[in-house]
Design a protein around this ligand. Structure first.
Ligand code: COI
Length: 362
């Protein structure tokens, strides 16, 4: 299978005007505004990847029997393009997203997309839509690569045809209140993933299954749901679509271990490395809701935060469950959390030396 393809480049004849774009970039919110173009690449068993195109952003016509609409064979990624102070553009660890995309594909019995093709699709889209990368603080161009089964067939089996699509959306903060701490609901009625399930894959079904629990969290007055393990409903897994971190005694960073049912976040992995450089002790292990409650009560837990590409690093201030509620420290944004957040954003936005080789300039 070839790892690169010639792209058929068909730019739009009707791009957004500079004024219209500028108005959309002032306050884009999250995931509502889209750029002028998209990339599509087809796959067929026996033929491999073919028909790579850059084309105007727009609707995709599907047969009502399209397999993904019935059995959910869909995976996706999320990564961002940042405008650096010199006006150049940078991606953060895109090869990690390419690899995770293929791990998700393997779990969902979908074909592998060569890493180079994933990266090339990004280069081509950003080359044509670079004016859409915002420059205001805390903004970026969010990229959403996804792949789904396109066979018009109702039998349950891995599809033989797929479509890979890349779209882009200028974004600001994921949470409406920005970096303000969020409150969370510990879900015991629902679980996100069980051992052997699809928890570590970034697939649509995981998010669909989370919505009722998120609605329950909202009904409890909380911003987000926190998932517990499927067996004992005792150990913390992740928050909504983000990984969780805890700080004990001001100097020890704890995060749940990757056990097959958690998403292996790129931001999660980066924070572990940055924390070590900051001289924090790091512990990757199981952490129970009892430990969370007791360490918050005793004052040992000084901070908690969630992280992900979309949300960056967001403090967790208040925790509620069917057993009661508690606040982490003073419920505000902790010092270590904000220090890690600042460092991560400085690297991503090109404001500090990229000593890890994490940034790919476009
Ligand atoms: C991300 O952080 O990129 C995510 O995928 C979370 C969510 C927007 C689905």
């Amino acid at each position: 299978m070839s790892s690169t393809l010639d792209f058929d480049v068909r730019p739009t004849t009707n791009p957004a005007g500079a004024e219209q774009r500028a108005a959309l970039l002032v306050d884009p919110g999250f995931g509502r505004v889209f750029t002028d173009h998209m990339v599509t690449i087809k796959y067929a068993e026996g033929k491999g990847w073919y028909d790579a195109r850059l084309e105007p952003y727009g609707p995709i016509s599907l047969d009502p029997a399209t397999a993904a609409l019935h059995y959910g064979q869909e995976i996706f990624e999320g990564l961002k393009v940042y405008r650096h102070p010199d006006g150049e553009l940078g991606l953060f660890r895109p090869e990690q997203n390419a690899r995770r995309f293929n791990r998700s594909a393997a779990r969902l019995a979908m074909p592998q997309l060569p890493e180079e093709l994933f990266l090339e699709s990004i280069r081509i889209l950003v080359e044509h839509d670079k004016e859409w990368v915002p420059s205001a603080p805390e903004t970026s161009l969010y990229l959403r690569p996804f792949m789904f089964a396109t066979d018009p067939y109702l039998g349950v089996r891995p599809a033989q045809e797929y479509l890979y699509v890349l779209i882009a959306s200028p974004v600001g903060a994921y949470f409406p209140r920005g970096v303000e701490p969020v409150s969370v609901w510990l879900s015991t009625d629902y679980t996100r993933a069980a051992p052997g399930g699809t928890g570590e894959a970034k697939c649509a079904g995981n998010y669909a299954a989370s919505l009722v629990a998120q609605a329950q969290a909202a009904a409890q007055g909380c911003d987000q749901v926190v998932w517990l393990d499927a067996i004992e409903h005792k150990y913390i897994e992740e928050m909504g679509g983000m990984n969780l971190y805890f700080i004990l005694d001001g100097d020890t960073l704890v995060t749940p271990e990757l056990n097959g049912s958690l998403l292996p976040g790129v931001t999660r992995d980066s924070i572990l490395l940055l924390a070590e450089e900051f001289g924090l002790r790091t512990e990757v292990r199981r952490i129970s809701t009892d430990e969370w409650r007791e360490s918050a009560a005793s004052g040992r837990m000084t901070e908690a935060f969630a992280c992900g590409t979309a949300a960056v690093i967001t403090p967790v201030g208040h925790v509620k469950s069917s057993d009661g509620e508690f606040t982490v420290a003073d419920g505000g944004s902790g010092e270590v959390t904000m220090k890690l957040r600042g460092k991560l954003l400085d690297i991503q936005h090109g404001r500090t030396d990229d000593t890890h080789g994490w940034v790919t300039r476009l």
